[in-house]
Design a binder for this molecule. Sequence first.
Ligand code: ADP
Length: 177
Amino acid sequence: LEAKEEIEHNSLAVDVMTPRRGDPALTVLTQEGMTVGEVESLIESTRFSGFPVVVSQESQRLVGFVLRRDLLISIDNARKRQDGIVSASQVVFSEHLPPPSPEAPPPLPLRGIMDLSPFTVTDHTPIDITVDIFRKLGLRQCLVTHNGKLLGIITKKDVLKHMAQIANRDPDSILFN
Ligand code: ADP
């Protein structure tokens, strides 16, 4: 038992987040430059409930978080109701739209569906503090950053799994019920 308590004590956000060491990187959206078609295939090829939005793949600077459900609904609506929205339209989460160009189809602004201040902890945040934040704020997910750079994501289920590993109990019986 002591050993387990110790694990819990020493675990950090970085030990619980996705991706774990050696795993593929997070699936993120960039605030500019992706097309409606690219975003759609990314949604279809994954089952995640949401996606962090970053400034660029190179910088991995966090801009916000967007729910899969909201993306699907907005793109679907725009395709049906907004003039000129096609697969090649650029999806824009940034504040300013690109200047209109005669060659490009109109962009699809989606800043409105993005959570602009998703909850974040740093990689070194002890997991018991992270768990406390999840409980107190009723979070569904939390992002992990290091010096402002996006590193990972922790969902409520990830936290429950981690707690279950430590307590060696049914995840449903701990924490949130
Ligand atoms: P849940 O944990 O409730 O099933 P998700 O379906 O969103 O929620 O996440 C499933 C797993 O994938 C979790 O372990 C989570 O850490 C991870 N995950 C969530 N979103 C992403 C993402 N955008 N990119 C990579 N991994 C993710």
